[in-house]
Design a protein around this ligand. Structure first.
Ligand code: ARG
Length: 451
């Protein structure tokens, strides 16, 4: 592609070192769409005849089908997807193919292709995240009234429900989706026409090209358009955070599936056994998700590191944007798919939940609230209940079976009603709190929202 200036062939090692075709082949549908839009603009500008344009368009469609059918012979001598496609086109249709690259550089071409790739990927990840929300929602609806301890510091805190707990993840995924949508809106501008870095003396209709490719507008600074990879960094951050959310969900499920918790059971189809210990049923999917989140975070860091020292505009370092991007998209796609299936098939063990929720200590705060309602200042109430808890621990008598007036006369009256976990939950009616009615209302709100 640059034989004019060179007298030596590119060294073999350099070809192997610098090629990107082994991974950027994934850009082919976008590269071809971009080339067709570019050729159409060339025709409008009188640089191609109608017949030449048709030859280019049909040639590119043929190349596309060959790639789809797995019949295309990718060559590392041609470095990347852009040159592989252009060379194949020219060998199909002859000299007309050599006109396609007029007023274009691989620099604005690759920027266009990756924007289109990111846009399509975002739409897919968005839909998959909504699918996982739906799966969580179904379980949340079933278990709006399944009471379990809620934890802080992984110590039992106060009563919540499985439904409320799972809806927390629906909230996280919603923010992930909004971030993806926001990123999509910002990236959807067309860099084509920026050329290598300074536009071109041949003016094609950039707006028409952008319109054909579904972009909302054209970039407004050719140097920025060539050098900018913010949209990939943003997307990698969004995917890393989405991964962090899936990883936290995984950790909750790993705990829930232990004998010690026992709140839920994953299906045989989504767990694995041990080659040695016959009794084992391991939550590998959760562990893999937790493990893969490290890659999602690493991919973001790799890109930011590649970007941070680059002078404007294009530098070959930028080629390092693609493997992290492709890896993160592939990782998150599979993670969302498998987690959706796994959550759908998960069983909640209501008796284990009930057992754990019957711990009277979960209602220690409610006992303090009881004193507050009787006029005791909260700090004092906190201390009195703390003493009651210490006395319960020392005597081995559960808190709900103690004569609390031996701790303080402030407990006089009927505090026993406090120790009903159902009514304790029922009392938590403020918006955002886990009363069964609230959780059911939230499930309905999410159902309507997701439709
Ligand atoms: N494969 C290259 C990349 O991914 C395409 C752009 C090449 N541009 C260049 N000036 N060498 O970045």
């Amino acid at each position: 592609m640059w034989k004019g200036r060179f007298t030596q062939q590119t060294a073999d090692l350099v070809q192997r070192y610098g090629e990107s075709i082994s991974y950027d082949w994934r850009l082919y549908p976008h590269d071809i769409a971009g080339s067709i839009a570019h050729a159409r603009a060339q025709q409008k500008a009188g640089l191609l005849s109608a017949e030449e344009f048709t030859q280019i368009e049909e040639g590119l469609r043929e190349v596309e089908q060959e790639i789809e059918r797995g019949e295309f012979d990718f060559s590392i001598e041609l470095e990347d997807i852009h040159m592989n496609i252009e060379a194949a086109l020219t060998s199909k249709i002859g000299p007309v193919g050599a006109k396609l690259h007029t007023a274009r550089s691989r620099n604005d071409q690759v920027a266009t292709d990756t924007r289109l790739f990111c846009r399509a990927s975002i739409d897919n990840v968005f839909a998959l995240a909504a699918g996982l929300q739906n799966a969580l929602l179904v379980q949340a609806g079933k278990h709006a009234a399944t009471i379990v301890p809620g934890y802080t510091h992984l110590q039992r805190g106060q009563p919540v429900t499985i439904g409320h707990h799972l809806l927390a993840y629906v909230e996280m995924l919603e923010r992930d989706k909004l971030r993806l949508r926001d990123c999509r809106r910002r990236l959807n501008i067309c860099p084509l026409g920026s050329g290598a870095l300074a536009g071109s003396t041949i003016n094609l209709d950039r707006h028409a090209i952008a319109h054909e490719l579904g972009f909302d507008g054209v970039s407004t600074n050719s140097m920025d358009a060539i050098a900018d990879r913010d949209y990939i960094a943003e997307l990698l951050f969004n995917l890393a955070l989405l991964g962090a959310h899936l990883s936290r969900l995984s950790e909750d499920l790993i705990l829930w599936c232990t004998n010690e918790f026992g709140f839920s059971t994953l299906s045989d189809a989504h767990t694995t056994g041990s080659s040695l210990m016959p009794q084992k049923k391991n939550p590998d999917v959760c562990e893999i998700t937790r493990g893969k989140t490290g890659r999602l975070i690493g991919n973001l860091v790799a890109l930011l590191t590649a970007l941070k020292g680059l002078p404007l505009t294009y530098n070959r370092d930028l080629q390092e944007d693609k493997e992290p991007l492709f890896d993160s998209i592939e990782t998150i796609t599979l993670a969302l798919e498998v987690n959706t299936e796994m959550i759908t098939a998960m069983q909640v063990n209501e008796s284990a939940c009930r057992q754990a929720a019957s711990d009277p200590l979960l209602l220690a705060t409610d006992l303090a609230d009881y004193l507050v309602r009787r006029g005791v200042a909260f700090r004092d109430a906190h201390e009195l209940v703390g003493r009651a808890v210490a006395a319960s621990e020392a005597s081995g008598t559960p808190l709900d079976q103690m004569d609390l007036t031996t701790v303080s006369p402030e407990f006089a009256g009927d505090a026993s009603g406090v120790f009903n976990v159902e009514s304790a939950l029922h009392a938590r009616t403020n918006p955002g709190s886990p009363s069964v009615e609230n959780v059911q209302r939230e499930v309905e709100r999410w159902q309507a929202h997701l439709q």
